[in-house]
Write a protein that binds this ligand. Structure first.
Ligand SMILES: [Zn+2]
Length: 460
């Protein structure tokens, strides 16, 4: 049922993770003066972007939901836009649940608490302060207005909406954590009072729903008490507060499926609050959700042979790719070797058993190319098969981002390839001196095939 609601009410203007304040502001302002929503500006960010509150319903149960206090954690903001569309719908079979929400709850949404960070897809605000460590001192305007809203609304329930990195996994498995949930602790002893127990019970209901969509893909987030954190303080202030962390789902880099899961669990939890049905759950079930681990990488190569001086060693190599946002709103990635050694307990989104394969450094193509248009993916594969991993461009393209599986550079020369912690991952895996796979910027490329993946590479 919630599935169908999402498909019908998904906000069509947002299709990827890197939307900005200017993309959601019209979706908020168009609700100003409507019968269902009250829209207020709570103030502005450091750089002057308005932060809004949308209120819905006239019930007794007050709920606060806020998203994206970390600018690069956008998934729930998308889901809130979908939820606003849903709440405005009618005559579709969902009217009874809308009525339940309107009459039993008073919902207060504050989407995108950190619009300045969002502008550059950055965690912190324009003062370089982590807003989720500013609940105690409120040194930031954004922290101050969020705390001010909490003091005015005095919610009985809170939803603190975040994303965590894609390398969290369900312990002991290669499965990424798609959603992490937490009833934050209000003291160091992690005691459980009625307020926190309520959050745990809500999570039990959310987890049950999630298990039918992402079996085993749910974990509990670290429950260490954070005295400066908002979730911990909301819990302390008397609101049963749930932290939702959107993680990763394989094949969903733009998090559009996770957006749907957010929509469903938030709406489900709101309905459980409205009907008090969550109180039926045993909080002990919450304790059975496993704690998150963080042992995933983008690429795991197991049993690679590597020669130092004249001795050959065998080692596992884990490689991750970090995202860098460009002015155009796109992003490229830079790989690094995350770990080297016995990595049996770690996992990769892509894994390769490299038995019989040896590390081989690549060569730079001897003549430079005039510009990026002189290269293609097909040409790049030809060069890789000949053992060339890099090529020089005489002119730097205006946009450094490219989709060619080759290390392209414009200035200077390249250091020789080697296995070093933190270094970029550009090398070959060879059998009898012949390259079989290439690793370019952390992407594994099977040289017996044509390239099909999307490579978010950049010209160095
Ligand atoms: Zn966060």
């Amino acid at each position: 049922m919630l599935d169908r609601a999402f498909e019908k009410y998904r906000e069509p203007s947002i299709t990827h993770r890197r939307f900005k304040h200017a993309d959601i502001e019209p979706l908020i302002l168009k609700r100003k003066g409507t019968k269902l929503f009250k829209v207020d500006s709570l103030g502005a960010s450091v750089q002057g972007r308005a932060i809004y509150e949308l209120s819905y319903g006239q019930g007794d149960k007050k709920v606060m939901l806020w998203s994206q206090m970390h600018g690069n954690e956008p998934t729930a903001t998308m889901a809130l836009m979908d939820l606003f569309n849903f709440l405005e719908g009618h005559g579709d079979g969902f009217d009874s649940i809308r009525k339940l929400l309107r009459t039993k709850t008073e919902l207060h949404f504050i989407p995108m608490v950190n619009p300045d960070g969002t502008e550059i897809f950055n965690r912190r605000n324009a003062m370089d302060i982590d807003l989720n460590r500013d609940a105690r001192a409120t040194m930031t305007p954004e922290g101050k207005l969020l705390k001010g809203a909490a003091e005015r609304i005095k919610p009985a329930y809170g939803f603190n909406l975040h994303d965590h990195n894609i390398y969290h996994n369900v312990p002991g498995t290669a499965q990424p954590t798609t959603i992490s949930l937490l009833a934050p602790a209000y003291n160091y002893e992690r005691e459980v009072n009625d307020v926190r127990r309520g959050a745990m019970q809500l999570i039990v209901g959310m987890n049950r729903l999630l298990q039918s969509y992402i079996p085993g893909g749910v974990a509990r987030y670290d429950d260490t008490h954070t005295p400066r954190g908002f979730g911990d303080n909301f819990q302390k202030w008397g609101a049963s507060t749930v932290l939702i962390e959107s993680g990763a789902y394989k094949g969903d880099p733009e998090k559009q499926y996770i957006r749907k899961l957010n929509f469903m669990i938030i709406l489900n939890a709101l309905l459980e609050i409205a009907s008090s049905s969550y109180t039926q759950y045993d909080a002990a079930e919450y304790e059975k959700i496993p704690f998150n681990d963080s042992r995933l990488s983008d690429l795991m190569i197991r049993g690679l042979r590597y020669q130092i001086n004249s001795t050959k060693y065998t080692m596992d190599v884990a490689i991750r790719r970090d995202e860098y946002t460009t002015d155009s709103g796109l992003y490229y990635v830079r790989s690094h070797m995350e770990d080297i050694g016995d990595l049996l307990d770690d996992f990769g989104y892509v894994e390769l058993k490299a038995e019989g394969l040896e590390f081989m450094g690549g060569k730079v193509y001897p003549s430079a190319f005039p510009n990026i248009n002189a290269l293609s993916r097909v040409k790049a594969i030809e060069l890789l098969r000949q053992g060339f991993y890099a090529a020089k461009l005489l002119t730097m393209p205006s946009n450094r981002h490219h989709n060619i599986p080759l290390l392209l550079f414009n200035k200077g020369s390249l250091p020789g390839a080697s296995l070093h912690l933190g270094s970029e991952a550009n090398f070959f895996l060879a059998r009898n001196g012949k390259p079989v796979y290439a690793v370019i910027n952390g992407y594994l490329i099977d040289l017996s095939k044509e390239p099909t993946d999307e490579y978010r590479n950049y010209v160095q």
